[in-house]
Design a protein around this ligand. Structure first.
Ligand SMILES: Cc1cc2nc3c(=O)[nH]c(=O)nc-3n(C[C@H](O)[C@H](O)[C@H](O)COP(=O)(O)OP(=O)(O)OC[C@H]3O[C@@H](n4cnc5c(N)ncnc54)[C@H](O)[C@@H]3O)c2cc1C
Length: 322
C-alpha cells in the first residue's frame, strides 16, 4: 500500500483545482478517476470569468478552443431577452484533461469502490492510503457515500436530469440560446457554440416535476433538435445524446467530516437558476485545498446560489479577464 498526503477522488474541475492548489503548496497528492483522460463529461462548458480568474487561467495559456460568448438569448413563450454575457465557451473533453495535467498531481486510473477510515487514515480499496481524502467524484461520489450520506442526503427535489450532445457543426453565431419552459418543461433547452466548429445542444430540467407530469427528457431532446433544425442551425447529423443527473445547491450543508472533504457536484453546488456548477467546483476545490494546507475552516455557505449576479457583473464589466 502506498501513502500520500491527500487522495482526491475524481479528476473533474473540482478535483483538478483542489489537487493543483495542494501540489502548489507542497503536498503529495494522488488523483484517482475511473476514466482515462480525455473523457467525455456531459456539460454545456460555459465557464464564467470568475472561474477562469480563480484558476489563474488566461486565454493565451489555453491550448484548446476558447470562445468568448457575445450574448445570452433567453427565450420564453415567443419573447426574447438578449443579454451581453462575456462567458467563455470551452469543450469539457479538452478543458478537464488540461486542468488535470496542469495540476501536477500524480494520476491513477481507478474506479473507487470503498473508502474506509483505519487508524486515522483513509484507505481506498485497500490500495491507496492518505491522511486526507477529497470527494470530487460528482453526483455518485464514493466519498459522499461513505462519510456524508447521513449528514448530507441528496435533496431529491433539486435533482436535475439532462441530455446533451456536443458534435461538429459550424456555429451560426457566437451567442448562446436558452429556451425556458417549452411545453411545460421544468427547465430549458440550450444551444451553445464552441470554437473549432462544434456546438453543444441539450435539455435539462428538475427531475421530480418531470416525473410527476409523466413527461421525459427524451421527448424534449427530440423537440429541441427539431426546433434547431427548423431554425437551420443543425443539419441531419445529430448524434445520440449522453445523459447525466446532478443536484442544485441547497441550504449550506456539511462538506467536511474529520479529514474527508466534498467539493463540486459531490457537495451539490450547481446554481439554482441555470444549473452552472463549474465555478462552484473550482472555488470549492481551491477552498478545500486551502483548508487542508493551512488547517483552517472549510466553508461553502457564501458560494453563489444563482447565476444572475455573475451575469450582471459580466454585463457591467464586459471582458475583464483575458
Ligand atoms: C448536461 C449538463 C450541462 C451543464 N452545463 C454547465 C455549464 O455550461 N456551465 C457550468 O458551470 N456547469 C454546467 N453543468 C454542471 C457541471 O458540469 C458540473 O457542475 C461540474 O462538472 C462539476 O464538476 P466536478 O469536478 O464536481 O464533477 P465532475 O466534472 O462530474 O467530475 C467528477 C469526476 O469523478 C469521476 N468519478 C466518479 N465516480 C468515480 C469513482 N467511483 N471512482 C473514481 N472516479 C470517479 C468521474 O469520472 C469524473 O471525472 C452542466 C451539467 C450537465 C449535466
Amino acid at each position: 500500500m502506498r501513502d500520500w498526503d491527500v487522495i482526491v477522488v475524481g479528476g473533474g474541475p473540482g478535483g483538478a483545482a483542489c489537487a493543483g492548489e495542494l501540489v502548489r503548496r507542497g503536498l503529495r497528492v494522488l488523483v484517482l478517476d475511473r476514466a482515462a483522460f480525455p473523457r467525455v463529461k456531459p456539460c454545456g462548458g460555459l465557464v464564467t470569468q470568475e472561474a477562469a480568474a480563480a484558476l489563474g487561467l488566461r486565454e493565451a495559456d489555453y491550448p484548446h478552443g476558447w470562445l468568448w460568448i457575445d450574448r445570452f438569448h433567453f427565450h420564453w413563450r415567443g419573447l426574447r431577452l438578449a443579454v451581453p454575457s462575456p462567458q467563455i465557451s470551452i469543450r469539457r473533453v479538452e478543458f478537464d484533461r488540461f486542468l488535470l495535467e496542469r495540476s501536477g498531481a500524480e494520476f491513477v486510473r481507478h474506479r473507487v469502490r470503498q473508502v474506509t477510515r483505519e487508524g486515522g487514515r483513509y484507505v481506498v480499496d485497500g490500495r491507496f492510503r492518505a491522511e486526507v481524502v477529497v470527494g470530487a467524484g460528482g453526483t455518485a461520489c464514493p466519498v459522499h457515500r461513505s462519510f456524508f450520506r447521513d449528514r448530507t442526503p441528496r435533496a431529491r427535489g433539486l435533482q436535475i436530469t439532462a441530455l446533451e450532445a456536443e458534435f461538429p457543426c459550424e456555429p451560426r453565431e457566437r451567442d448562446c440560446h436558452f429556451w425556458f419552459f417549452e411545453e411545460g418543461f421544468p427547465g430549458y433547452y440550450w444551444y451553445i457554440p464552441k470554437a473549432d466548429g462544434h456546438v453543444n445542444v441539450g435539455v435539462g430540467a428538475l427531475a421530480e416535476p418531470l416525473r410527476r407530469a409523466q413527461d421525459g427528457v427524451w421527448r424534449h431532446w427530440q423537440r429541441c433538435v427539431e426546433k434547431l433544425r427548423r431554425l437551420g442551425w443543425l443539419g441531419d447529423r445529430v448524434p445520440e445524446p449522453d445523459g447525466h443527473t446532478y443536484y442544485l445547491v441547497d441550504r449550506p450543508r456539511a462538506a467536511r467530516r474529520d479529514g474527508a472533504y466534498l467539493v463540486g457536484d459531490a457537495a451539490g453546488l450547481a446554481t439554482r437558476d441555470l444549473g452552472e456548477g463549474i465555478r462552484a467546483a473550482i472555488e470549492s476545490g481551491m477552498r478545500a485545498a486551502g483548508a487542508i494546507a493551512d488547517g483552517g475552516d472549510y466553508r461553502l455557505d457564501d458560494l453563489p446560489r444563482t447565476s444572475w449576479p455573475a451575469l450582471l457583473r459580466g454585463l457591467l464589466r464586459r471582458r475583464w479577464w483575458r
